[in-house]
Design a protein around this ligand. Sequence first.
Ligand code: ADP
Length: 396
Amino acid sequence: MDHSALQSRLERYQRLLTVSQILNSTLNLKELLEQIVHAAKDLTYTEATSILLVDPQTGDLFFEAASGSQSDAVKRESVPPDSVAGWVVRHGQAQIITDVSQDHRFSKKTDENTGFHTRSLLTVPMKVKDRVIGVVEAVNRIGDTPFNEEDVEVLTILSAEAAIAIENARLFQQSDLISEMVHELRTPLTSIVAYSELLLRHGLPAEQINSFIETIHQEANRLSKMTNDFLDLSRLQSGRTPLALSSVDIAELARDVIGLLTPQAAERGVRIDSQFSARPITISGDRERLRQVLVNLTGNAIKYNRPDGSIEIKIEPQADRIKIEVSDTGKGIPEKDLPHIFEKFFRVPDSEGYAQGTGLGLSIVKQIIEAHNSEIEVRSTPDVGTSFSFTLKAAG
Ligand code: ADP
């Protein structure tokens, strides 16, 4: 090896060392995946890189992150088992493909979706012990030299580090979530235990017995809702259930949700108005998840409203996106609490006086909207009302 080749090899290994320190410094999965794709791109001199992870439950392979502008387009897209990435997962071995047009395993689907043109490919497995948890792909070598064994070596070292960091982040996420859950379950459980003990005493007046049973019933319902919401949230957070994307008529979905919640609103003397055309307004998204978003936001707008209050659901096409807004004339949210409302289990202190809740609804909403590559926004004025909004991509 001549001097300059040795020098560049040394530099690459030095960079690898810096990267491994960076990877060890975060337990945030999303941030970590982004760091990995950038490091991989930097180390392999390529136009783009991506990470695909095996869904631990189904064994399917999904794009989880990509460098640069392709990131949003490929996110959560599944990849067939007979693809190059699928092959690498099954065999646990790296693959260099100098010209993808000559390899029958290469699928054009991703290129078609992103408008990217893949020419050459280096794919290496990410292994934890002997288990392959995903792959790192480097696409289109820049310059004249094709991918070589040194690239395989460098990317394999990076992938081994990345795999361990990803496993750690996943474990951390789980343990963090579980301890929070256990903590939150204690409150309703304590009151169920206390009230049932009281019930076991003899000679209580009938009125009191009924009120205790009522409390136990309410708290047991809260526990049940909490466990369901919690499982849902942990599934969303781990990315184990990918979105089922299709063209969705969001206007029809909103009418459905209004129909579902009108009786509950009427019970509280709250009116729901819709502000959108009767024509279909189609977006690209996961119908059931978006229904959940609308049910949670409208449900809150009912729960935290005033008697004779109202709710407005607006759907507004804006260039290539559609804006959806749920506004109410309710109690509003104090400014100091606004930054916290999307946190798990957070409830504004006086909320219990209005309605029962678990503090998980808005966390679920946030996760779903983010999985659609968008953001949820909130504006609120105490005693005047609150408005939640987000945009979704219009279906092409
Ligand atoms: P939950 O309603 O079960 O308590 P969420 O996560 O849905 O939980 O909401 C978190 C908190 O945000 C609520 O407890 C409430 O204090 C506040 N909040 C949510 N939506 C509204 C709203 N439309 N108006 C006023 N406060 C709201």
